[in-house]
Design a protein around this ligand. Structure first.
Ligand code: GLC
Ligand code: GLC
Length: 650
């Protein structure tokens, strides 16, 4: 948009810009800056307009964007242009992701190159490498307590290895996802170190207080993230002689975005990694970006303004790079991270679908789809140019982030239902085959989350121990069923590295003093390559899971109706054990897939009359893509076997 004030400011900034920057080849940069400047200026003004150094800060921001643009290599600039032209490229059904730890999956970044054929065999073409930046050895929070944002931890390799990996992936037509830990730094980061030594400039990078007065006021409304291992939101720093805000662990200092210097530093870091070849950046813990007295300090409006600014700035320098919002918050809040009141995503193009994830686990525990269907129907409508990251498990705990009202509508009492689900997965519920542990149990609120690997949570571990063939079969079917939903739902499926071979809980962390208190490590095991070999041996558990997932991934990629163009419709059916939706190719309405998933351990039936009302089974049979078989209506009903999904086409 053209607007006089911002346009004349832009002219002034461009006149003031350092001559060494002005002399660079910045043709596309200027076009994009012109297009985004009104938004950047308005947002920056909303956040920092009352500061005396406002214009200086703006100039510094523009110089940062220009300098990083000048450094961006030609191949990446070409990819930016291609993606601008084909701007819906990431909505295609062709993408299938996996998240893994480079050291736990292979040895290091170089070693990872030799493991790419495994990923390719499964059909993975989007690789999220868990954080690899320099962290203190002991207090790392699995890579999320960064000491140096521009240095790869020496145990994983070098920045150059990242560049090589990115370019190798590009040749395979695969994408690289890297983390940007935007909310906090390690207390050993240079900024924190200088703050400790008393430098006011760097104390302003954090939320630092002389006494408990303000921290106590904040605490009145701030929830706790790690109540058992890191209670409270502030930590006393002996060296500095002050309190500092630490929402996560006490060694993770929250960055103070009330200070524009922090935002500009972080934008610079975002662009640094964009320039190393990352296609997508996973913005960690974005719900926490803005802190305000009297609020929960999550999902604040300003957190959204900051993300919009980061996006607009990235659009100017590296427009081909997408953002993933890691905001594990309530269903109504998550979709706001796409940006509101727009068609194109204004913040993050992709968001973790934590709602679907939690609902899937509810369906496993209840063995029905009542709450799953109810919750999904209320999933907020997302923007057109935005998509979900659909996942079953990740490196973190499972929070039961669904809506109380949906729980009631599904026929349960919210408090007792949540307790049931926690008890089910943590082995307290009689007859439950699950082997999880409670995480972050907070006696003050009664909340708890769940840790454990996918296979152990669905009962594979206990079934193997008991040598119970029927239970082993049910666990394998459940793993396949859960993946069939994330592969067909709409969005990018993100697998977790051990899940395709049925990796059980790992107990290694119990022997490591710095990890023992954090049972999320149960699900961060060293990938067992000998176990992975068994995927080639028919009859093994590994073979059954791996081959089922591999087949569904290949089918997904061929099925254009699975691309994400808001082309999903839920069918209202009379059997609560079933989740039923259709996916239609917007280019060709006749090209559609009916997805029916049975979460019950018994076969279930669905009245043919319902299906024919929606126009399915007109000729009495449909093809099930998953098994390549014809499925017929018999005695007026469709029978769906236990723990099975049908992908039906005409
Ligand atoms: C295709 C490519 C992807 C590229 C995009 C942009 O989907 O596979 O790598 O960035 O198109 O056009
Ligand atoms: C994110 C990460 C989690 C980490 C937290 C703090 O939620 O996924 O592992 O503990 O942020 O950085």
């Amino acid at each position: 948009m053209y607007e006089q004030i911002s346009h004349s400011l832009l002219n002034e900034i461009l006149n003031d810009i350092k001559p060494e920057i002005r002399n660079l080849r910045l043709h596309h940069f200027y076009t994009r800056l012109g297009a985004n400047f009104y938004a950047i200026h308005s947002l920056f003004h909303l956040l920092y307009g009352d500061r005396d150094d406002f214009k200086q800060q703006m100039t510094h921001l523009v110089e940062t964007l220009a300098s990083r643009y000048a450094e961006r290599d030609d191949e990446l600039k070409q990819s930016d242009l291609d993606r601008e032209k084909n701007h819906n490229w990431f909505l295609s059904q062709k993408w299938v992701g996996m998240a893994l730890y480079c050291d736990r999956f292979s040895e290091n970044l170089q070693g990872l190159n030799t493991k790419l054929p495994y990923l390719q065999e499964l059909g993975i073409n989007m690789l999220h490498i868990m954080p690899i930046l320099d962290c203190p050895q002991d207090n790392s929070d699995g890579g999320y307590a960064v000491r140096n944002f521009r240095k790869v931890d020496t145990q994983y390799g070098t920045t150059d290895d990242v560049v090589k990996l990115a370019s190798g992936l590009r040749k395979r037509d695969a994408l690289l996802v890297l983390d940007i830990v935007v909310n906090h730094t390690s207390d050993e980061h240079e900024w924190a170190q200088r703050a400790k030594r008393g430098e006011k400039k760097y104390q302003d990078y954090y939320y630092v207080f002389d006494d408990r007065e303000l921290p106590d006021i904040y605490e009145e409304t701030m929830p706790e993230v790690f109540p058992t291992t890191a209670p409270g939101n502030f930590t006393w720093d002996e060296e500095m002689g002050k309190w500092v805000m630490t929402v996560f662990n006490n060694y993770q200092w929250d960055l103070n975005y009330h200070n524009p210097a922090v935002l500009i530093e972080m934008i610079d870091i975002i662009l640094f990694w964009a320039n190393k070849g990352a296609d997508i950046l996973r913005m960690d813990a974005v719900a926490f970006l803005w802190k305000k007295i009297g609020s929960v300090c999550q999902n604040e409006r300003e957190a959204h303004l900051l993300l919009q600014l980061m996006k607009d700035c990235c659009q100017v320098t590296a427009p081909g790079v997408l953002f993933i919002a890691e905001a594990i918050v309530s269903p109504s809040e998550i979709s706001k991270y796409f940006g509101e009141d727009a068609i194109n995503a204004k913040e993050c193009e992709i968001a973790y679908n934590a709602t679907l994830m939690a609902l899937l686990w509810d369906a496993v525990a209840t063995r029905n789809a009542a709450l799953l269907t109810q919750g999904l129907k209320n999933l907020p409508v997302k923007l057109e140019r935005a998509t979900w990251l659909n996942y079953v498990r990740c490196h973190d705990d499972i929070g039961l982030g669904f809506d109380d009202n949906d729980i009631r509508l599904a026929g349960y009492d919210p408090t007792s239902h949540r307790h049931f689900v926690i008890d089910y997965f943590t082995g307290k519920f009689p007859d439950s085959p699950a082997r999880g542990l409670p995480f972050g149990a907070n006696p003050k609120t009664g909340d708890a989350r769940i840790s454990g690997s996918l296979a152990s949570l669905v009962g594979l571990e206990s079934a193997l121990e008991n040598g119970d063939e029927a239970a082993i079969d049910a666990a394998i079917k459940t793993i396949t069923l859960l993946h069939s939903v994330i592969l067909s739902f709409g969005g990018i499926p993100l697998l977790y590295y051990g899940d395709a071979i049925g990796t059980l809980n790992s107990l290694e962390y119990l022997a490591e003093p710095t990890k023992v208190a954090d049972n999320r490590w149960m699900n961060r095991s060293h990938f067992d390559w000998r176990k992975a070999e068994l995927r080639q041996q028919p009859g093994t558990v590994e073979y059954q899971i791996f081959s089922a997932l591999k087949k569904m991934i290949a089918l997904r990629k061929e099925t254009t109706a699975f691309a994400d163009f808001d082309n999903r419709q839920f069918l209202t059916v009379d059997n609560p054990n079933l989740l039923v939706y259709s996916r239609t190719d917007p280019q060709n309405n006749r090209n559609r897939v009916l997805v029916i998933s049975n979460f019950n351990v018994e076969p279930q039936s669905l009245a043919a009359s319902i299906l024919t009302t929606y126009g399915y089974f007109q000729l009495g049979v449909m093809k099930n893509l998953c098994a390549n078989t014809q499925i017929a209506i018999e005695n007026g009903a469709l029978i769906i076997p236990a723990l099975t999904t049908f992908w039906l086409t005409d």
